[in-house]
Design a protein around this ligand. Structure first.
Ligand SMILES: *[C@@H]1O[C@H](CO)[C@@H](O)[C@H](O)[C@H]1NC(C)=O
Ligand SMILES: *[C@@H]1O[C@H](CO)[C@@H](O)[C@H](O)[C@H]1NC(C)=O
Ligand SMILES: *[C@@H]1O[C@H](CO)[C@@H](O)[C@H](O)[C@H]1NC(C)=O
Length: 493
């Protein structure tokens, strides 16, 4: 269909009709003209009439959204995105695990007793009733994880007003999952549904976006929406080919033995594993105002290592957003989005049992296959830029809470000790950077679009996805093994 710009329409309005013209008034005019058929200006009048007819037709089209006007643009765009949504507004791959995380409760549902049993380790209870968010706090968390997590849920309620279901849930802000699946194999009572930031293959904890999406005041990491922009800009600064062709990591090695093990791969006079490792000294950087830890300044190497800490590490998304190929040390834990990502497509898998040789092989492979290595780096960043943008973080929370609430077997009520979360009281109670980050991540207006469409639960698709990941992993391990076997043969000869 041909589109008329607003200006053209405006001209039509002004020159060929009066603003008050309606089909009935043009009928009146038409009958008047018919009586004066012999008038010499009849032709002019007839064409005038025809123009009015055209205008009415046009108005009809505009009204029904078949022709776009500037004023109607937003409305039409919404309709269009919804129409496109009916063919494809599918949520990204990691959303498929929402149903999987809730599987332990699908048959029997979630009773109040189950929720209460999560209280043992929970830092707070979240209650949502009629779109309002209440919290009953049990104990303080590490740093301000609790405050920023509550803030995130409050922002979700602002982003999707009147859309959130009534619910009660327990949130645990500590690092490691605590609900062991083998403890509930045959249990009559059923596992407690407990929300936290990560889980692992032998636990039933339900994963939820971590606090840093709204900012991490203690180490000066801005809300994710702003970090994504900064890193996008930073990535333009050094082209992949001009980056240091070595693996890079900076972090705190003291949190986990595996990280201390990684340090032995550092480049020295005696050994070269193509790897540069640096210890992050948070105390020193705090004193210097974190100038050294600007995330966008850390995208200067072709290969960036991700390694877990005591549990999953928040650093993951900052490392992966860099456009560098992420060297992903075999993890034990998963957060909510990594399960949608695939080795060799979004990152390069590293063997945690032979870290140094695995890193060196990855770097050499990348420097031999620069086009592919650059593409893996780009794909990884693209996944985050597109599928982990803040709108889709909210969509994940929305769908998870929605699916969770469908399983509740009791009516959520606000306990006497709970307080309603309010933006003013929360920002009012915060100081310094924390206050700034809360204010910066405040959702000022509701979403203009509907949440993405959650794909139906399909164990076959999940199974195929797991197979795909496993195949890629095995492929790399085989290449690596063959390479080092060839090397050692060459050295022995
Ligand atoms: C819709 O998008 C999803 C995810 O991007 C993709 O997997 C799927 O194949 C698409 N479906 C259609 C019909 O294009
Ligand atoms: C690793 O090596 C680099 C360069 O040789 C050095 O600057 C850095 O301090 C070393 N890192 C550690 C953790 O020793
Ligand atoms: C990289 O290329 C060099 C030179 O062709 C070759 O000796 C080496 O084995 C290659 N390394 C990898 C990991 O492909």
């Amino acid at each position: 269909m041909k589109r008329f710009s607003a200006k053209n329409l405006h001209q039509l309005f002004c020159y060929h009709s009066s603003p008050s013209s309606s089909s009935s008034s043009s009928f009146v005019q038409a009958s008047r003209w018919r009586s004066s058929k012999n008038n010499p200006s009849f032709k002019t009048l007839a064409s005038f009439l025809f123009l009015i007819f055209l205008f009415v037709l046009l108005a009809f089209f505009v009204r029904h959204g078949w022709i776009t006007t500037a004023e109607g643009e937003d409305g039409v765009k919404n309709k269009r995105s919804k129409a496109a949504g009916s063919t494809n507004n599918t949520c990204p791959a990691h959303f498929r695990w929402i149903q999987e995380d809730l599987r332990p409760w699908r048959e029997r549902g979630i009773t109040r007793g189950m929720v209460e049993r999560g209280r043992r380790t929970a830092h707070f209870r979240v209650v949502i009733v009629e779109g309002r968010v209440y919290v009953e706090k049990y104990k303080g968390s590490i740093q301000t994880r609790d405050v920023f997590t509550m803030w995130g849920i409050l922002q979700l309620a602002r982003w999707y007003p009147k859309k959130l279901p009534d619910l009660e849930l327990m949130f645990d802000c500590d690092d490691r999952p605590v609900v062991r699946s083998n403890g509930f194999m045959n249990a009559i009572s059923g596992p407690p549904p407990l929300f936290r930031y990560c889980s692992d293959e032998s636990s039933l904890d339900i994963v939820f976006p971590d606090w840093s999406f709204w900012g991490w005041g203690e180490i000066n990491i801005k809300p994710w929406k702003m970090v994504l922009e900064d890193i996008k800009e930073g990535n333009k600064r050094t082209r992949w080919k001009d980056r240091v062709p070595l693996a890079y990591w900076k972090g705190n090695p003291q949190v986990d033995p595996s990280r201390r093990d990684l340090l032995k791969c550092n480049l020295t006079q005696q050994q070269n594993w193509d790897t540069l490792l640096y210890v992050q000294d948070w105390d020193k950087e705090a004193k210097e105002g974190y100038k050294q830890s600007n995330l966008e300044d850390q995208c200067t190497h072709r290969y960036k290592i991700y390694i877990e800490g005591w549990a999953w590490s928040v650093s993951e998304k900052y490392i992966m957003a860099c456009d560098s190929m992420t060297l992903y040390m075999k993890p034990r834990f998963y957060d909510f989005f990594i399960r949608g990502m695939v080795p060799l497509q979004h990152f390069w898998p590293i063997n945690d049992q032979s870290k140094c040789s695995s890193l060196k092989f990855a770097v050499q492979w990348g420097n031999n296959n620069t086009i592919q290595a650059e593409a893996i780096g780009e794909e990884g960043s693209k996944y985050l830029q597109e599928n982990l943008k803040m709108e889709l973080v909210y969509d994940y929370m929305y769908h998870l809470l929605n699916e969770y609430s469908k399983l509740l077997k009791f009516r959520p009520t606000v306990p006497p000790g709970a307080v309603e979360l309010k933006p003013e009281t929360m920002t009012g109670a915060a100081l310094g950077l924390h206050k700034k980050f809360l204010e910066d991540s405040l959702e000022k207006s509701p979403s203009q679009t509907e949440p993405c469409d959650l794909p139906p639960h399909d164990p076959t698709v999940l199974h195929e996805f797991r197979e795909k990941k496993l195949n890629a992993l095995n492929k790399v391990q085989t290449w690596e093994k063959e390479y080092w076997e060839k090397q050692s043969k060459a050295n022995n000869n």
